[in-house]
Design a protein around this ligand. Sequence first.
Ligand code: SF4
Length: 133
Amino acid sequence: MADCCSTPKAAPVDCCCGGESVLIFACSGGSNVGQLTNEAAKKLDQGGVGKFYCLAGIGGDIAGMMVNAEGADRIIALDGCDVACARKTLERANLPISCYVVVTDEGVEKGHHFAISDEEVAGLCARVQELLA
Ligand code: SF4
């Protein structure tokens, strides 16, 4: 079976970031808040909450990845700020979001730096788990 980051396939892609029924998408943007979504998505994946999945694959309309995302039971979307790149990417792909958090709404100020703390990551993970409960 193909790797998720190689040639597009129409069949579901079994890979490092797929195959589970809960998928996590992070904007992973070029700012502290964007990178907070990336770190939180990694922690949530490692904690068994869901599978961190490739938002860029959805934006790129990669066929096998779309099949996986369309088959997800729940989709978690994390945006760094209210520009909402993850949410808009998923909406354009007609993928319903069941849990959504914007980091700046949680009290973290956006800046073009990458100084993020373990506490901020833990707080974002806790917020997601609170919303999922
Ligand atoms: S939502 Fe904000 S932080 Fe995330 S990629 Fe878009 S502009 Fe950057």
